[in-house]
Each structure stands twice: as structure tokens, then as C-alpha cells.
Design a protein around this ligand. Structure first.
Ligand code: CP
Length: 302
């Protein structure tokens, strides 16, 4: 993985994903090791973030790396009209690796093609969020003891949800049965369903959340993303369509865990938070260990 960019989850092989998860498990036991003191990590966030940016920065800090970057491109020369090409070439002079989030699909791939340093895609529009996928896989393996043969429900915005697109692609390597819950307007795109079909795996589509809860090992909730709708009226129609409440979990499997990439708006009621099946805040913590594994593997230190 040394010096390679991670733009799409399929840029790394299944064997490489497993190596990252195993290394993340080692970092979870010992997260503070000053093995990146000679490195500078750049975090360029052209779109808002709490977990991805701060967990990358926490991961880098615990390893002794220096961090440069921005969380608001309005405070940079992008505001004066600087191109992504020029920003990436400039920041490559100041850092050994660039973590970038950008609202435009394909921007991370473009950056990886022009940058002399590796690029980690921290989310490009509605396309991909591969580091979220790795922490999701870590969370699933940790809670279920395996990644194989699970029934996994994806709930909410399956059309624009980049975390869903990346994770479905990865889970196709583990004989998953997919349960896809969304309003008709936000169904999983055909090009993502093709990954499932190509592997001869099964998927079921639903519009009612209650139909799947007792069937699955993982319930992957997502936010209906207001910022992805071009017409606010379309958002208003679906914004409250799924709200998971604690009472709805009564007949769920004992091993069920509820995941959510976060942030949530109202799709998981706060009365679920104290249920032992709620795992979304631990999932966010796992992001630190997985990102430590990624940074050290790509920088060639592990
Ligand atoms: N999961 C995730 O991408 O969260 P942020 O938008 O807060 O980074």
C-alpha cells in the first residue's frame, strides 16, 4: 500500500482491507506511538466534517505527525479562484500525504492523478467514502466476529449516500445478503446494484423499515441528506420518512448492532442511544484506529 492513493474502496484489494483491519486492531490496543514524527499530514476539507477530519487529525497526532490544512476553503486562495490542480500541487510541497474531502464527484481521483504525494479520499460528493467503509468493516467484524454471510440492512438515502455506495461494494466480497430500505426516490443506483448482481448475491428492496428489523445482523442507518437535493420540496417529502425508536427493536436479533456513519438528524431517536445494540459512537471511535492503520501503511511505516 506504500505511496498509493485511496480514492475508491476497490483501489485496495480485499486482502489489503483485511491487513488494514488487523493493523487497526493493533492500534486500538496501543494508539499512542510516535512513529510518524518525521511526517506532515495535510487535511483539506472543502466540505463540512466532524468525524472524518478530526479522527484523521487525532490519528495523526497520536502518532506524532504534524498536521496542516483547512476546514473551510473560504479562508484559502480557493476563494480567489485558485484551481483544485494548483491547490493540490501547492499543498503537495508542504506535506507527505493529503486527506481531501470535496463536494464534487471525481475530484479525489483528479487530485490523485496530479499529486506527487498519495491522496486519501475523505468523501467526494455522492460518490465514495472509502475510509468510512474500512471503519464500517472494522466495526462489523468487531461486533459480529466475522464479515462473512451476514444480513445487512441499509436504510435512508441510498441514492446519494457515499458511505452506502462504498460499503455495498466492499460487502460484495463477503457473501452478504442486502436489505435495502428507502423511499422510491432514493433507491440504490443501478451501478451500485450491479456490484451485487455481478457477484450473484441477493438483495431485497423495501419502503417500510419495520419489515427488516427482525431479519438482520446490522442495521446501517443513514441521514436523508438535505444538501444533495436540488429541489427543497423533494427533500421535504422524504425528510422524516424513517425514524428508528427503541420500541421497534423488541423483536430484533440478539446480535443486532445499529451503525450510522453520522451525523444524524432525527433518523435515530435518542432513546435508542442507551440500547446495547446502538454502536454508532463506538463506530466513530474505531475511525481513529483504522485511520492510523491507513496513514502508517500508505506512508510505509507499517
Ligand atoms: N461519517 C462522516 O463522514 O462524518 P463527518 O461528515 O462528520 O466527517
Amino acid at each position: 500500500m506504500k505511496n498509493r492513493s485511496l480514492v475508491s474502496i476497490n483501489d485496495f484489494s480485499k486482502e489489503e482491507w483485511i491487513k488494514i483491519l488487523d493493523l487497526a486492531n493493533e492500534f486500538e490496543k496501543n494508539p499512542t506511538q510516535k512513529i510518524l514524527e518525521d511526517y506532515v499530514v495535510a487535511t483539506l476539507f472543502f466540505e463540512p466534517s466532524t468525524r472524518t477530519r478530526l479522527s484523521f487529525e487525532s490519528a495523526a497526532s497520536r502518532l506524532g505527525a504534524k498536521i496542516v490544512g483547512f476546514s473551510d476553503s473560504a479562508s484559502t486562495s480557493v476563494k480567489k479562484g485558485e484551481s483544485l490542480n494548483d491547490t493540490i500541487l501547492t499543498v503537495s510541497n508542504y506535506s507527505d500525504i493529503i486527506v481531501m474531502r470535496h463536494p464534487r464527484e471525481g475530484s479525489a481521483r483528479f487530485a490523485s492523478e496530479v499529486a506527487p504525494v498519495p491522496i486519501i479520499n475523505a468523501g467526494d460528493g455522492a460518490n465514495q467514502h472509502p475510509t468510512q467503509t474500512l471503519l464500517d468493516l472494522y466495526s462489523i467484524r468487531k461486533t459480529q466476529g466475522t464479515l462473512n454471510n451476514l444480513h445487512i440492512a441499509f436504510v435512508g438515502d441510498l441514492k446519494y449516500g457515499r458511505t452506502v455506495h462504498s460499503l455495498v461494494a466492499a460487502l460484495c466480497e463477503f457473501n452478504t445478503t442486502f436489505h435495502l430500505v428507502s423511499p422510491v426516490e432514493l433507491k440504490l443506483p443501478s451501478y451500485v446494484k450491479k456490484h451485487i448482481k455481478d457477484k450473484n448475491l441477493t438483495y431485497h428492496q423495501y419502503t417500510n423499515l419495520k419489515d427488516v428489523i427482525s431479519e438482520v445482523d446490522i442495521l446501517y442507518m443513514t441521514r436523508i441528506q438535505k444538501e444533495r437535493f436540488s429541489d427543497p420540496i423533494d427533500y421535504e417529502k422524504v425528510k422524516n420518512i424513517y425514524i428508528l425508536e427503541n420500541s421497534m427493536l423488541d423483536n430484533s436479533k440478539d446480535n443486532l448492532k445499529i451503525l450510522h456513519p453520522l451525523p444524524r438528524v432525527n433518523e435515530i431517536n435518542e432513546d435508542v442511544d442507551t440500547n446495547p445494540k446502538a454502536y454508532y459512537f463506538q463506530q466513530a471511535l474505531n475511525g481513529v484506529f483504522v485511520r492510523q492503520a491507513l496513514l502508517t501503511s500508505i506512508l510505509g511505516v507499517k
